[in-house]
Write a protein that binds this ligand. Structure first.
Ligand SMILES: Cc1cc2nc3c(=O)[nH]c(=O)nc-3n(C[C@H](O)[C@H](O)[C@H](O)COP(=O)(O)OP(=O)(O)OC[C@H]3O[C@@H](n4cnc5c(N)ncnc54)[C@H](O)[C@@H]3O)c2cc1C
Ligand code: SF4
Length: 323
């Protein structure tokens, strides 16, 4: 299938990129940002919600900065996985993504803003035509959702990117810049429970970078991933945990690939610390808390069961501290 034609823009600074996007927004012209293109271009080839204009972030030097507390949006996943500055939990998550070749092009910003996935949606155009489309790419037919049928308002496509949970458990902040200026927030406030909208980015806004707290290196933890094959495949479930054990134990747990957003499970960790839960009890609570739907390779019940297994594995380093 051929990639449809589009106009490509290559700004050299954040200011230039944002003034370009502001013009598109003002003129009501549609466009997409492109970083490494490892997800956007395959989607374009399948004619999934293509736009006539594409703004590349590849020539913006300011977005490539990387140190232990600052990760630029254009940092390549390969560089993130191989840098001595990268926290071990993020390193493990980054190394698990796709393949070496894809990690050399794929970026941090593209991974965080990754489109949600669904087996009724990530298909060739002819295949989708044969099922008469779905709500996320309905080709002006007002088609229903195939997962939650008889409605075309809700999309529950799954967020299947690996980096977010490792950043969430390290209390990452995300920094955005757009026509209305710059803003930042906790990464946990960035995602929006809507398989089409996905996050709170406003029209014309980009992710510029991620920052981590100064004490990030005093946190330990792990990332565990379930996928069809060990390399190349998107996560079917992912669990990140981080803990700091000085005066009192602090614990964070986040999941990905189970819902339309990656999620911090603060209620579970608060309850666990208050009641001295064992590792098995925490893992069992996590299994009950996630709500996968039937739209990825593995069935939802299996993914729920595996979340418990992944959580126990990820908490292994706390054996002796937790029973
Ligand atoms: C075979 C295959 C296997 C894969 N396996 C995995 C996997 O195991 N785990 C995983 O997490 N991913 C996987 N991916 C998905 C993808 O390669 C990665 O998520 C990658 O990090 C995407 O980054 P990119 O720079 O290529 O994004 P792009 O494709 O350029 O963009 C992705 C989306 O992000 C938006 N975007 C990009 N940068 C910004 C920014 N700075 N601000 C705002 N929006 C932005 C784009 O508009 C687009 O909507 C896989 C892809 C393929 C093809
Ligand atoms: S969840 Fe429904 S609307 Fe969303 S991509 Fe899947 S079938 Fe389409």
């Amino acid at each position: 299938m051929k990639t449809p034609p589009f106009n490509l823009f290559q700004p050299k600074s954040i200011d230039e990129a944002v003034s370009l996007s502001a013009k598109f927004v003002e003129n009501n012209e549609q466009f997409d940002w492109i970083a490494g293109g490892t997800d956007l271009l395959p989607n374009y080839k399948w004619h999934l919600n293509t736009k006539p204009n594409v703004i590349s972030l590849a020539s913006i030097e300011e977005l490539y900065h990387l140190n232990s507390t600052h990760i630029g949006a254009m940092v390549r996943l390969h560089d993130l996985a191989n840098s001595k500055e990268t926290h071990p939990i993020i390193k493990k998550a980054a190394s698990s993504i796709a393949s070496v070749l894809i990690r050399q092009s794929g970026t941090v910003g593209g991974n965080i803003a990754l489109d949600t996935r669904c087996f009724w949606f990530n298909q060739a155009e002819e295949w989708r035509r044969s099922i008469e489309w779905c709500h996320k790419c309905d080709c002006d037919t007002s088609a229903d959702c195939r997962v939650i049928p008889n409605q075309n308002e809700l999309c529950v496509a799954t967020y299947q990117a690996d980096l977010a949970p490792s950043l969430l458990v390290l209390n990452a902040k995300i920094h955005l810049c757009g026509p209305e200026g710059s803003r930042n927030m906790l990464l946990s406030e960035f995602f929006e429970l809507d398989g089409i909208k996905r996050n709170i980015l406003k029209p014309g806004e980009i992710i510029t970078h991620i920052t981590l707290d100064d004490d990030v290196n005093s946190w330990s933890g792990d990332y565990q991933k379930l996928s069809l094959r060990k390399s190349w495949d998107f996560p079917e479930a992912g669990v990140a945990v981080a803990w700091k054990n000085d005066d009192e134990l602090k614990l964070r747990i986040a999941t990905t690939a189970l819902e339309s957003i990656p999620r911090l499970h603060e209620d579970i960790t608060n309850e666990a610390l208050l009641n001295n839960f064992s590792i098995n009890e925490i893992a069992s609570k996590l299994r009950k808390d996630v709500k996968p739907v039937n739209n990825t390779a593995f069935p939802p019940n299996y993914r729920k069961k595996m979340v418990e297994v992944l959580c126990k594995k990820a908490l292994h380093g706390l054996k002796g501290v937790l029973s």
